[in-house]
Design a protein around this ligand. Structure first.
Ligand code: SF4
Length: 246
């Protein structure tokens, strides 16, 4: 499957659907509390995983909305863009000088969580929990794929894209989810944000990337190792294995 076209500097919200998702069994089991190389799943657990995977693949509807805006000002812990103030600890050092930021929201839709709710109501607890983990792994895989897609698209234009960060992680206050949604509304793909900054559907990830010729991408040595773009001419390290892990 060829990678879909996505302009890294798209000022108009770009919507992509039918994106690929690679659900990693180890990742799903990690959500279940298994430690890779330590905890060995039983045959029953693997059968349950296969059932949940098939169900998840049938139910998911991966899609993305993405928009880029120029950076208006930048300091050690702050990015100003599109009139929004994004307070992200140490971002000046981590990302270097930026020309723009890209805000994205990706989701696998609400059908998985609806089925999980029904399975809980029917007391099908093991399958409910496994399917919920499949949904979490699916949206994580989707976000990684999009980060790779942006990276490759940007390199072709002579610019760089950093790794993604999300509100609620690495010291970035969850409350700034609202600012991210003002830059890139979730409505084109049916994602809403409530007053407590929870997104619906739940299996959704919002993210920000830095963009520019001077953006720091040294951490991409690990990113390249697991990247989805097997024929990327800019690869910094050999592809290690089919995995969603960095
Ligand atoms: S292989 Fe590396 S440089 Fe190429 S798109 Fe993937 S992460 Fe970016």
């Amino acid at each position: 499957m060829s990678a879909p076209a996505l302009s890294v500097r798209s000022s108009i919200p770009a919507v992509l659907a039918n994106l690929p998702v690679r659900i990693d069994r180890d990742e799903v089991l990690r959500y279940q509390g298994y430690k890779k190389g330590v905890d060995v799943p039983t045959a029953d657990v693997l059968t349950l995983f296969d059932e949940a995977l098939a169900l998840g693949e049938e139910l998911m509807a991966p899609r993305l909305v993405y928009r880029s805006v120029p950076v208006e000002a930048q300091s050690a812990d702050l990015i100003e863009a599109a009139g929004q103030y994004l307070h992200i600890p140490d971002i000046g050092r981590l990302w270097g000088g930026l020309a723009a930021v890209g805000a994205g929201i990706c989701t696998v839709g609400d059908a998985i969580e609806a089925r999980v709710g029904r399975l809980f109501a029917e007391r099908e607890l093991p399958l409910a929990v496994m399917l919920d983990s499949v949904g979490s792994a699916a949206v994580e895989s989707l976000a990684e794929y999009i980060n790779d897609l942006l990276c490759q698209a940007a390199l072709g234009e002579g610019i760089r894209v950093t790794n993604r960060i999300s509100p609620g992680y690495a010291g970035w206050d969850t409350a700034e989810q609202a600012a991210l949604f003002r830059i890139c509304p979730g409505s084109p793909i049916g994602v809403t944000l409530n007053d407590a900054c929870f997104m619906a559907p739940a299996k959704t990830i919002s993210f920000l990337v830095g963009i520019g010729p001077e953006a720091r991408v040294d951490h991409y040595f690990t990113q390249c190792r697991r990247c989805w773009m097997p024929h990327c001419a800019y690869r910094r390290t050999p592809l290690a294995a089919a995995t969603v892990h960095r």
